[in-house]
Design a protein around this ligand. Structure first.
Ligand SMILES: [Zn+2]
Length: 166
């Protein structure tokens, strides 16, 4: 499999509100696998469809506990909060410390098209929230304040390198 190209900031596809997936069929299952392949190839731990140029509600993740594939993911419950520096395959060379809920309940369709509801905490909860942000056209740079964003625009290479790419 040829690894897909990753859409990079400021590519407009990353700002689109993605479309709902009506049914998870073979074409969606194929996309999940291509996304997982690209994610692993580029050493990421999560990927959303717009990052490979497809504005549809599909995400994948793998933090080392097995692959997660979700269509139309939605957060239905949150608990606690915590800060962590996040990187993004679509925003290379930039790390942003983001405050997010520590625990979430996420609902969506799995690769078989069945409705699933999962509880996630820690790193997996964070990755899922980051990928769901992508489906809403939201990027890590949106969490920076105005001054930080300006600095990033003037000195793009000065961004810190994050440990986890999502
Ligand atoms: Zn990302």
């Amino acid at each position: 499999m040829e690894p897909l190209k990753i859409s990079k900031y400021p590519n407009g596809i990353l700002r689109k509100k993605c479309a709902s997936v009506e049914r998870v069929a073979d074409s969606e299952r194929k996309l999940f696998e291509e996304m997982l392949f690209a994610m692993r190839h580029f050493a990421g731990i999560g990927l959303a469809a717009p990052q490979i140029g497809i504005a549809r509600n599909l995400i994948v993740a793998d933090i080392g506990e097995g692959a997660v594939r979700l269509a139309n993911p939605a957060i239905v419950e949150t608990k606690g909060s915590g800060k962590m520096e996040e990187g993004c395959l679509s925003v290379p060379g930039v790390g942003v410390v983001i405050d997010r809920p520590e625990e979430i309940v996420v609902k969506g369709l799995n690769e078989k098209g069945r409705v699933v509801e999962w509880k996630a905490r820690g790193l997996l909860a964070r990755v899922l929230q980051h990928e769901i942000d992508h489906l809403n056209g939201r990027l890590i740079v949106d969490y920076l304040n105005l001054l930080e964003r300006l600095r990033l625009r003037l000195h793009p290479r000065k961004g810190r390198r994050a440990d986890a790419h999502l």
